[in-house]
Design a protein around this ligand. Structure first.
Ligand SMILES: [Mn+2]
Length: 386
């Protein structure tokens, strides 16, 4: 029996696709394209006609090549204490530019259309970040996710999409996206989405580009929507405001660094019940200090002291998260260190909440723009229970 199990295991191992082939496949799908403001070394791409004779048949689409210049740049990049891009993306709001941060939209396509009319499209001057939960519940998840991917394709350095807890197989199986995809297309189309979801980053850092003058640290400048924010403000090592954007929230430990987050292996992986990925996608803030259990059954609850310690450790001005309905579409919590943004107004046709998005300017100043639900065709949410 044991031998048979061993044998089956060995067979199974052999049947798994070759890792190298998987990597080529992922590169072909564009999942390894560096995004945001990554300024480090990039391998030169050699198109097929420029390859040597034997290589030409092996690499019909061309291949990345290695050069001495790349290695030299890599050494300098590492010597400066930097790393190659991983599970956290960074975007910097240049002068005269803005960023729009969007929370859950959950398949509410007609509200999303209205939202786009308020934010404007991503463009050279406009960073557009969707913070997860684009799909499930509403009847038009396909329309939203395809539009979002099309915008990503059109503006790869200006359109950003973080993964939410609903960009996962287990949620899609219960909350509508899989049913919708199979009804409108087929099972293979769903499989493709499920795979691509694993390539979405888990967090994006939105950096202001203008240093924040310390003289501004007193008076009315030091409030967000009437809420006092901590003094002194926590600024990045460059002296600018920066906001850590993730779907759920913080961690079960205080010592998680940005490098730990960058190093999370995510391609092909589901968040599972525990670990950094599960915590970022599932966690919610609480008013009480410390941490507590989360009755969603995933992630945990984190208090204002947790936000304060983590932002101080990582020199982050504040956390933008989504994942929970807020009546006004947004809420400033944890003394301004944790801000929730939710962009599905009249959520699931069941609540009376507004939607909102956050607009960030190049010095890191924030505006909250609210919007109302729009009329939509009489199609019920695919899953309308809780
Ligand atoms: Mn969520």
């Amino acid at each position: 029996m044991i031998q048979r199990l061993r044998f089956e295991k060995a067979i199974k191992l052999r049947e798994e696709p070759n890792v190298i082939e998987q990597c080529y496949e992922i590169i072909d799908q564009g999942e390894c394209t560096v995004g945001g403001d990554y300024a480090g070394p990039i391998l030169p791409f050699v198109s097929q006609p420029d390859l040597s004779g034997t290589e030409r048949s092996n690499f019909p689409k061309g291949r990345y090549s290695i050069t001495l210049e790349f290695v030299t740049k890599l050494l300098k990049w590492y010597a400066d204490g930097k790393i190659l891009p991983r599970s956290m993306v960074e975007a910097t709001i240049g002068e005269e530019q803005t960023a729009s941060i969007i929370g859950d939209v959950h398949g509410q396509f007609y509200d999303y259309l209205h939202l786009l009319s308020l934010t404007g499209f991503p463009s050279e001057n406009h960073i557009f970040l969707m913070n997860g939960d684009l799909v499930d519940r509403g009847a038009w998840s396909i329309e939203i996710i395809v539009t979002a991917f099309a915008l990503k394709w059109l503006y790869p350095n200006r359109m950003f999409i973080n993964r939410g807890n609903h960009e996962t197989r287990c949620m899609n199986a219960s909350y509508g996206f899989k049913t919708e995809t199979v009804q409108k297309y087929d099972e293979m189309t769903y499989e493709l989405f499920a795979h691509v979801f694993t390539a979405l980053p888990l967090a994006t850092m939105i950096n202001a580009s203008r240093p924040f003058p310390s003289s501004h640290l007193t008076g009315s400048e030091n409030t967000i929507e009437g809420f006092a924010v901590p003094t002194p403000l926590i600024l990045s090592p460059l002296g600018c405001k920066r906001y850590f954007v993730t779907h759920g929230g913080l961690f079960s430990r205080d010592d998680v660094t940005l490098n730990n987050i960058r190093n999370i292996l995510r391609l092909g992986r589901e968040p599972g019940p525990e670990g950094l990925m599960a915590e970022m996608l599932w966690t919610d803030p609480q008013d009480e200090p410390g941490r507590g259990p989360n009755d969603r059954g995933g992630g945990l609850m984190f208090g204002p002291d947790v936000s304060s310690r983590w932002c101080t450790l990582n020199r982050v001005t504040g956390i933008f998260r989504s994942h929970q309905l807020r009546e006004d579409g947004f809420a400033v919590e944890h003394d301004g260190l944790c801000i929730t943004v939710f962009s599905a107004p009249k959520y699931a046709d069941k609540y009376d909440n507004k939607g909102a998005f956050i607009r960030v300017d190049s010095s890191g100043g924030l505006d909250f723009i609210q919007f109302e639900a729009q009329p939509h065709p009489a199609v019920k949410p695919i899953v309308d229970d809780d």
